[in-house]
Design a binder for this molecule. Structure first.
Ligand SMILES: Cc1ncc(COP(=O)(O)O)c(C=O)c1O
Length: 368
């Protein structure tokens, strides 16, 4: 039988054209290579405890996977809200904090609107903003990777961005943003009506990051993730902490049932393993000091970090050469040397004790 849509002899003549503004975007992807020491994407080197795996397994067995997940993910939101001493209505959960960033850009950005970012910073803020058609305003950090307050305020006054992204601790530089800067930006946004989004993916690793709170009277929102200290990068779970009005606006752009049942359970259970999380956190901080001191004893510039990674700049060898030689030895780190403001820089994630020892031994061998 011949259907109406049978193409028969028809040859493909023209493929659909992609949006012009997407063609200029370069992908942001760290290479995923099979190596023995993976220190390139700031994951936790520690799996969740066996007790989690068992509980998770039996909870999955009981799931009615033929049914859609709970759309509101309310049990997970309540668990997060309880930890943060917030209300359930001040939490929005998503598929990794990248989806939170996307939802913010969809809700507040888009064509004719703009987002301000300060380079060098987490590349997905600008990448996702551009994908959503949001114009990106680029500010640049000073040589100590700090955001200049006057510059930030001047751009906000002039351009009136709908979104301002800060990252604290900042990826890939490791420093935190000061409370004074955040306050000054918030004060300015109070009259322009923009939203300040502080990406706190690495907050737990920091001893000095400002203890800011969500308030209904403030244009301030925070992004958090289960991918780092909570050891759940494979599950893809992140969240937004924000005033209720902001959460409601963000929810309008999320797809129905966007957070699957398995993920919701993983998040609720992972939050129960607080002691293990804190123990791992202390181990990472101790290891961070070891790796920092180890790199500093070599011809390198190393920046102090309040996250689970270190930015460094080799002085006796080209960055890409060191990156390649490490890779030849089965160690993968992040080559940031072509990123704006990071000429010659590399970033290494703090891994397990033995991964860090291997990394330092091999770097010493290459550099000396
Ligand atoms: C600053 C920052 N925000 C967000 C993310 C994305 O995290 P997620 O795995 O929750 O999407 C990362 C990942 O490396 C990050 O560095």
């Amino acid at each position: 039988m011949q259907t109406r849509f049978d193409c028969g002899e028809l040859k493909l003549n023209k493929i659909p054209s992609q949006r012009e503004d997407l063609g200029v975007l370069e992908g942001y992807h760290s290479p995923q290579l099979e190596v023995s020491v993976r220190l390139n994407t700031n994951e936790s080197p520690f799996p969740l405890p066996d007790a989690f795996t068992q509980e998770f397994g039996s909870a999955i067995e009981k799931l009615d996977l033929n049914r859609y997940p709970k759309r509101s993910a309310s049990e997970l939101c309540v668990s997060i809200a309880d930890k943060e001493i917030l209300k359930e209505s001040e939490v929005f959960v998503a598929n990794g904090s990248n989806e939170v960033i996307q939802s913010i850009c969809l809700a507040f950005g888009g064509y004719g609107r703009s987002a301000l970012i300060f380079e060098p910073t987490y590349a997905m803020h600008s990448q996702i903003a551009k994908i959503t058609g949001t114009r990106v305003l680029e500010g640049f950090r000073n040589s100590a990777f700090q955001v200049d307050e006057n510059l930030a305020l001047e751009v906000i006054r002039r351009e009136r961005p709908e979104i301002v992204f800060l990252c604290s601790p900042n990826n890939p530089t490791g420093n935190t943003e000061s409370l004074e800067l955040i306050d000054a930006i918030l004060f300015e946004l109070n009259s322009t009506g923009g939203l300040l989004v502080v990406d706190e993916a690495y907050k737990e690793f920091s001893d000095t990051s400002s203890e800011l709170k969500v308030s209904e009277d403030s244009n301030l929102a925070f992004i958090r993730t289960f991918s780092k200290v909570r050891s759940l990068a494979g599950v893809r779970l992140g969240y937004l902490l924000a005033p209720e009005w902001c959460v409601n606006m963000v929810k309008t752009v999320s797809l129905p049932y966007h957070l699957d049942s398995v993920k919701q359970i993983a998040g609720i259970l992972a939050l129960k393993y607080e002691d293990e999380m804190k123990r791992n956190l202390e181990l990472i901080k101790k290891e961070r000091k070891k790796v920092f001191d180890g790199l500093l004893s070599l011809p390198m510039k190393v920046w102090p970090s309040e996250a689970n990674f270190l930015l460094f700049k080799p002085e006796s060898i080209e960055a890409y050469k060191l990156w390649q030689e490490l890779l030849d030895e089965g160690i993968l780190i992040r080559d940031c040397s072509s990123w704006d403001g990071l000429d010659g820089c590399l970033r290494v994630t703090i891994g397990s004790e033995s991964e860090n020892d291997t990394f330092l031994d091999v770097v010493r061998k290459i550099v000396k």
